[in-house]
Design a binder for this molecule. Structure first.
Ligand SMILES: [Zn+2]
Ligand SMILES: [Zn+2]
Length: 147
């Protein structure tokens, strides 16, 4: 497995072009998964079409991965460019919290193993109401399920 982004591109006979480098850097600096519009905003030197093309290429090479957010998509760097993790996404305010859980990873591997399933990668996303949105002052928590 190539250890750097440049090496990975080189191993596919692809050059580290300016748009590729800038989009990668923008995602690397991001604290949370970004929608395409935000990636475009953070890459002022790169035209829109190049950003779209770079996102497609990065997805294909598994440099980035999709994070489902409602029916919209956000993107972030994939392993090994970022430590493996999952997300808890608030459906009210859009806040995204990272989740790293060795317990969860062990469970996922165990499930795959007992099914004779060769696991290549996995996604695991939690969508719900964050603590801030859940503790609303005026009455019932918004969007909470009936108890
Ligand atoms: Zn929230
Ligand atoms: Zn995981």
């Amino acid at each position: 497995m190539p250890s750097s982004f440049e090496e990975l591109l080189a191993s596919k006979n692809l050059r580290t072009t300016k748009p590729r480098r800038i989009v990668f850097a923008a995602l690397k600096e991001a604290a949370e998964p970004l929608p395409t519009s935000e990636i475009i905003r953070r890459c002022p030197g790169v035209d829109r079409v190049s950003v779209y093309r770079t996102i497609d290429l990065f997805l294909e090479l598994h440099i980035i991965e999709r994070v489902a957010y409602g029916w919209k998509q956000r993107y972030e760097l994939a392993t090994p460019f970022r430590p493996h993790h999952h997300h808890l996404t608030c459906s009210q305010c859009g806040n995204v919290a990272e989740l790293q859980s060795e317990e969860l990873e062990i469970l996922i591997r165990r499930i795959a193993k007992t099914r004779g399933f060769v696991l290549q990668r996995h996604t695991f996303e939690l969508i719900g109401i964050c603590r801030t949105c859940g503790s609303v002052k005026d009455g019932e928590p918004r969007g909470a399920l009936e108890t």
